[in-house]
Design a protein around this ligand. Sequence first.
Ligand code: CA
Length: 220
Amino acid sequence: MRILLVEDEPTLNAQLTLALETAGYVVDACTNGRTAWALGDVETFDAVVLDLGLPEMDGLTVLKRWRTAGQSMPVLILTARDSWHEKVAGIDAGADDYLTKPFHTEELLARLRGLIRRASGHASPVLTCGPIELDTRSSRVTLEGQHIPLTSHEYKVLAYLMHHANAVVSRTELTEHIYAQDFDRDSNTIEVFVGRLRKKLGTQFIETVRGLGYRLAVPT
Ligand code: CA
């Protein structure tokens, strides 16, 4: 799952980037509205954390432009304390949730998990596929109750597939959601990660759809 973080305060930006990466997300971080707008327009994100008070282009304008252009990713806005009108304007501009500064990182992470799972139609923070369980709160994966250690890339691939269970996901789409923009992306590595996941979890869950990509088949 890939997050765009837009926060102009350098310390908070660095803190949140670290917290998000530790939680298993891929993060593209930026510090001004113009860059944020451009990134959100061309790259694909599973959620955005958007501060409203930004240099070059304010967060509200960025959000309105995305929504006008049809960008529908979940957006969580960060608002200043005691400014209820910012929240109202933000939600009316297309924000899905908000947090008032200062906030606890844990709350930000919980709200993001909620936004991401609702965007893909999941009600519970624990995603299941037959005997496989993926807990989005702890980034832990179990098979028949046994903990299966995964590398961070294996986890990112599995988490994306489980959020989009039963759908065909192309290698390009997976690549876009497990690497940040400035990363040297190689879609061949996806095949390697899928191979390792099959070894660890069993070969029957991740199907190869010839010429199209992969599908996580949930047993019925
Ligand atoms: Ca700010």
